[in-house]
Structure formats: structure tokens, C-alpha cells
Design a protein around this ligand. Structure first.
Ligand SMILES: [Zn+2]
Length: 94
């Protein structure tokens, strides 16, 4: 059993097996982070109205959502991922 369990699985899937990995800029703090560590968030609005969805060409849909990379620390503070529950902090009972 691991001492601390996160409610999500943090998977660091490397983009390259060797060599320099691409750095991306975090969309919140602007920090340069390796891409395999980031969380991908889609910024923009989502069309839920079916009438508008029919009128809009599907190939134009990428204009509405922008891909954004979020570093692990910003992902925690912006509630993209849940905070890991550490065993040491269990007594705090938040
Ligand atoms: Zn960040």
C-alpha cells in the first residue's frame, strides 16, 4: 500500500523515449514545464445548443476551444485535479 494516495492517477507519459523533451508554457503562470508533466485543458466555450451546432460547420469547431497546458501546481490550485490526500494531513480533516 502506498503511504499517500491521490484521487487521480498521475501518469507521466513521456513524449520521447530519449533526448530533449519539448517544453510548453503553462497557461496560468507562464512557467516552462515539460510537456509530459502538464495537464491539457481546453479553454473556450462549448456550444450546447443543437440548433447552433447544426448551423456551425464541424471543421470550424477548433476555433472555439483552445488547447492550454497547465503545470501540476496550477492544476491543483485551479481545481483541475483534486489535491492528493496525504496520510500525514489526515488529522486535519478538511
Ligand atoms: Zn502553472
Amino acid at each position: 500500500m502506498p503511504s499517500a494516495s491521490a484521487p487521480y492517477t498521475r501518469k507521466y507519459a513521456h513524449t520521447q523515449s530519449r533526448g530533449h523533451e519539448g517544453l510548453v508554457t503553462c497557461g496560468y503562470c507562464g512557467r516552462q514545464v515539460p510537456r509530459y508533466k502538464t495537464f491539457i485543458k481546453h479553454r473556450g466555450f462549448r456550444i450546447t445548443d443543437p440548433i447552433i451546432l447544426q448551423a456551425v460547420d464541424r471543421s470550424q469547431m477548433h476555433f472555439f476551444s483552445q488547447k492550454m497546458y497547465v503545470c501540476p501546481s496550477c492544476a491543483r490550485s485551479h481545481n483541475i485535479v483534486e489535491r492528493g490526500r496525504s496520510v500525514r494531513k489526515k488529522h486535519l480533516n478538511r
